[in-house]
Design a protein around this ligand. Structure first.
Ligand SMILES: Nc1ncnc2c1ncn2[C@@H]1O[C@H](COP(=O)(O)OP(=O)(O)O)[C@@H](O)[C@H]1O
Ligand SMILES: [Mg+2]
Length: 230
């Protein structure tokens, strides 16, 4: 199955509005010939206005996916811009997850997943994620970890808020460092196209700082957590 094709060209049928969503977020059924799947559709029109982010959060959802691909950390489900039943918005592949699991439960019980969480932690710093809740980490049936809800990323001002602090003080492995450094050496144009000039510059700076330091940061303030945490 070609997921990007299905997202881009599939027929969209709204199945319902997602509970616990702060914006109008819809579960949709996708079909293209004999291919079917589900997506999460976030139309611009359903965005709740925020004082600290401009409208168009859906573009940040798309930018987050493109950054994750460019870094080759692959922690964000395929996400595209699509003109859907309620107008332009983001359309993200729905992860058929074990929804009772999330970062806190998995960190404790599954050391084999820690490298995936290290990738996510590095991604969140480069993307400046302000909302990495425990429940925004999903696990699928192949034990792949996926991050969701990346609308509040890429501010020019540093405002990381995440639950993933357990790796703080640890040296970043060389192959992950390379992925971070890539953002500095070859800033991904497809990501930059969705951001303001100061946001692009700040993203490159965050990547440079992280690569140069070579360590996962420690939250000295103890305040860089999202609310609620799960
Ligand atoms: N790609 C996805 N796969 C599976 N479930 C998802 C996905 N994206 C969102 N969800 C589910 O929908 C809920 C609301 O989505 P979220 O991204 O938090 O929306 P909002 O931007 O409105 O806060 C999430 O808590 C999660 O249960
Ligand atoms: Mg949310």
């Amino acid at each position: 199955m070609n997921i990007l094709d299905l997202l881009q060209h599939g027929d969209i049928e709204v199945e319902g509005r997602m509970p616990y969503s702060s914006n109008a977020t819809f579960l949709v059924k996708l079909s293209l010939g004999d291919q079917v799947g589900q997506g999460i559709y976030k139309p611009l029109r359903g965005e709740r206005p925020l004082w600290d982010f401009p409208s168009g959060l859906y573009q940040r959802e798309v930018a987050a996916y493109l950054l994750s691909e460019a870094m080759e950390v692959n922690v964000i489900p395929p996400t595209i811009e699509r003109d859907g039943p309620f107008g332009i918005g983001s359309l993200q592949w729905f992860i058929d997850a074990r929804f009772e699991e999330h970062y806190f439960t998995l960190y404790e019980s599954r050391e084999d997943l820690h490298d995936q969480f290290r990738n996510m932690a590095a991604f969140d710093i480069v993307a400046n994620n302000t909302d990495r809740k425990s429940g925004h980490c999903l696990i699928d049936s192949d034990d792949r970890i996926w991050g969701i809800d990346q609308g509040l990323c890429f501010s020019a001002e540093f405002k990381l808020r995440t639950v993933i602090w357990e790796f703080g003080g640890e040296a970043i492995a060389p192959n992950l460092l390379e992925k971070i450094q890539r953002v500095v050496d070859h800033p991904p144009l497809e990501v930059a196209a969705l951001l303001d000039a100061d946001e692009i510059e700040a993203m490159i700076e965050r990547a440079a700082m992280l690569a140069q330091g070579g360590m996962f940061p420690i939250d000295a303030s103890g305040h860089r957590y999202p609310w609620p945490m799960v």
